[in-house]
Design a protein around this ligand. Structure first.
Ligand code: MG
Length: 161
């Protein structure tokens, strides 16, 4: 078959102090996501979706948090490296679809900027990247604003077809 799909999931804890780095965009709110890298859960979920589609390991294997070089790392760089890794195996990204589950902030004003940033890293046009924002209807840890979760799906195709 000439196409495959992969899924990725990530979540990070929200802490005081901005900006919030999400989808490769810095959102000017007084909150941020903790993590060994820049905490960009959207980029992390998408990186795992891309790698998963090609059965090419996962983000934790390629960029371990025990590695000092990954501290504070720009997560878009990890996404670019994942795309490069699957490219070496004869795959390119076709499209990506992302759902962000966050009680706040509202993501709609930043959605197009995220699509453009992620598309650049994925090597596709912005119209091949979808970002959807959901709340958790006030339920659980997401509803209490303790963190943000993200689910991403990526489709990849063979470069030789
Ligand atoms: Mg992560």
């Amino acid at each position: 078959m000439g196409t495959r799909c992969g899924i990725g999931y990530d979540s990070h804890r929200l802490v005081p102090g901005g900006p919030l780095r999400l989808g490769g965009v810095s959102i000017p709110v007084p909150l941020s996501l903790t993590g060994h890298s820049d905490g960009d859960a959207v980029a992390h979920a998408l990186t795992d979706a891309v790698l998963g589609a090609a059965a090419a390991d996962d983000i934790g294997t390629l960029f371990p948090d025990s590695e000092p070089a990954n501290r504070g790392r720009d997560s878009l760089d990890m996404l670019r490296q994942a795309v490069s890794r699957i490219s070496d195996r004869g795959w390119l990204v076709v499209n990506a679809d992302v759902t962000v589950i966050a009680e706040h902030p509202r993501l709609a004003p930043y959605r197009d900027a995220m699509r453009a940033a992620l598309a650049g890293a994925l090597g596709v046009d912005a119209d091949a990247v979808s970002i959807k924002g959901k709340t958790n209807e006030g339920m659980g840890w997401i509803g209490r604003g303790e963190g943000i979760a993200c689910i991403a799906v990526a489709t990849i195709g063979r470069t030789d077809t």
